[in-house]
Design a protein around this ligand. Structure first.
Ligand SMILES: NC(=O)c1ccc[n+]([C@@H]2O[C@H](COP(=O)([O-])OP(=O)(O)OC[C@H]3O[C@@H](n4cnc5c(N)ncnc54)[C@H](OP(=O)(O)O)[C@@H]3O)[C@@H](O)[C@H]2O)c1
Length: 495
């Protein structure tokens, strides 16, 4: 299967089993995505959903949850009876025995095969246990004509070793081809468009290398604080929450070589290759390439907001980072010597995810005196969210008698260009998993490579003396982040 979906197969009657049916992700993302897929006629009438969790919801309670989660679902009345609920504890084998019976009876009632997609939208500590019980109870087997697949949500482990253990554990019950590791960034239209932009145009690829690119900047800025996810965030921090997964995924798509074909393995091979080329610094060098920060109170959109340590479920002397900036190097023929700057933070002035390719300056400017003083470097800006757009910044003459040159922007916006609506990331990914298309999911070796890159940073952050710089909410992080770039003659491009 591949990214080119014009020959999409139709989904046959199958069952989605949600572990974590009463949880946050299920009601915010999974159930609305299923409802929308039915509305768009992407799921057959025989498709069923089974929710599993401890809360005593029953079928009726689960269906109510579906209705409240998928507000505005047009075809709800046709499909509500396709939702079933099983109350059970994931740590007890009897839950899986009951689940097997329930699935058999649904499939017999609907006269469908045994195509099953398990979705682990639950506490990551339970992933290993659930997959081993699915194996023990015979639920992980792939039938001759039916498929059994499993989706897992991040985090995929806590470090290289635990990620490897999780992979090994899951491989005891499921083959790699059955496992779909979600990074919802890959479901975003603009992230997929990175490959279209690079590999369907003749103009960009020739300059996409160390001869023309001066530096690359990737920013994932969040305006929100930790909200009600304090307990989770205290143990994660920006490094594990954003950099290890979303940012390294975007980085690999921006910097990888052209795949031989647009199939899952071809693309994943190239992603793994470029991740393998990211230089891994010794722990003692991390401090000179990395800035760690934490927000204190400040103002965003004229509103006073609390500092991180005043947020709910956060320790008053927490050292968890809410901001990380790093300078990376990619040691291969294409990128040797080009600094790759990445940064992510909470409580920044606005929500934005973007990649900036900054090109070298023109070798000589034949214009008199000050006429080009307002001219910045050429930049290609790939905006991933909230707006999905591509912007090329270049020099143009300011109208008038004088010959002044200033930077201007040429803008391509998804929303203004295409009439077709962008798909929600979860709709795209759930549908792909049902179709068995692994292109937009992570392979086990990608996950371990990404952990290897952040591992020395994790170790450095564990040192109580590693600096944690404060920054005011509503700013682009601590000033040390600017210094990180200034030390090599660069500066951040904020939008
Ligand atoms: N929420 C998000 O925005 C988000 C974003 C990205 C990734 N994720 C990932 O998605 C996964 C789920 O996150 P979440 O925020 O939805 O978690 P959550 O709200 O805490 O939900 C956990 C779910 O697991 C069930 N559960 C926990 N222990 C159980 C047990 N022993 N037996 C049976 N059921 C059990 C809970 O059901 P009962 O309480 O009914 O027992 C609940 O349905 C995690 O891997 C998370 O990292 C979440």
């Amino acid at each position: 299967m591949s990214l080119q979906r014009q020959h999409r197969r139709k989904i046959e009657g199958s069952t989605l089993i949600i572990f974590g049916a009463s949880g946050d992700l299920t009601s915010r993302k999974i159930l609305p995505a299923i409802a929308s897929l039915w509305d768009q006629d992407q799921l057959p009438d025989e498709f069923s959903v089974v929710g599993v969790a401890r809360s005593p919801l029953g079928n009726e309670g689960f269906r109510k949850l579906v209705m409240s989660s998928a507000a505005g679902w047009e075809s709800a009345a046709n499909y509500l009876e396709n939702f079933h609920y099983l109350q059970g504890d994931y740590t007890s084998i009897s839950t899986y025995q009951s689940l097997a019976k329930l699935l058999d009876s649904i499939e017999q009632g609907r006269q469908t095969g045994k195509s099953r997609l398990f979705y682990l939208a639950t506490i990551p500590d339970l992933f290993g246990k659930i997959s081993s019980f699915l194996g023990e109870s015979g639920l992980s087997q792939n039938g001759a004509s039916d498929s059994t697949r499993i989706i897992i949500e991040k985090p995929f482990g806590d470090d290289t070793q635990s990620a490897q253990q999780l992979n090994d554990g899951m491989h005891r019950s499921f083959s790699e081809e059955q496992i779909f590791r979600i990074d919802h960034y890959l479901g975003k239209e603009t992230v997929q468009n990175l490959l279209a932009l690079r590999f369907s145009n003749a103009v960009f690829e020739p300059v996409w290398n160390r001869n023309y690119v001066n530096n690359v900047q990737i920013t994932v800025a969040e305006q929100l604080g930790v909200g009600h996810r304090g307990n989770f965030y205290e143990h994660a921090g920006a490094l594990k929450d954003i950099i290890q997964n979303h940012m390294l995924q975007v980085l690999s798509l921006v910097l990888m070589e052209a795949p031989a074909t647009m199939t899952a393995d071809s693309i994943q091979n190239e992603k793994v290759k470029v991740l393998s080329s990211v230089e891994i610094p010794p722990v003692q060098d991390v401090v000179s390439r990395t800035v760690r920060g934490q927000y204190f109170n400040g103002v965003i959109n004229s509103d006073e907001v609390r500092g991180y340590r005043e947020e709910q479920n956060i320790s008053p002397d927490s050292k968890t980072e809410t901001f990380v900036a790093m300078r990376l190097a990619v040691d291969n023929w294409r990128w040797a010597g080009v600094p790759i700057f990445i940064r992510t933070g909470k409580r920044m002035p606005k929500r934005e995810t973007q990649v900036v390719m900054e090109f070298n300056r023109a070798p000589h400017l034949p214009f008199a005196g000050n006429s080009a003083r307002q001219l910045g470097p050429n930049r290609l800006i790939l905006r991933i969210q909230p707006e999905e757009e591509i912007k090329l910044v270049f020099g143009a003459k300011v109208p008038g008698q004088d010959y002044n040159i200033r930077s201007v922007a040429m803008n391509f916006s998804y929303a203004n260009t295409f009439r077709e609506a962008s798909w929600d990331a979860y709709e795209r990914l759930i549908l792909d998993a049902l179709l068995g298309d692994r292109t937009l999911f992570l392979r086990s070796d990608e996950v371990t490579k990404a952990w290897e890159i952040v591992e020395p940073v994790q170790q450095a952050f564990a040192d109580p003396d590693f600096p944690l710089y404060p920054y005011a909410a509503g700013t682009y992080g601590p000033k040390e982040s600017n210094k990180l770039l200034q030390s090599t003659g660069h500066y951040w491009h904020n939008s």
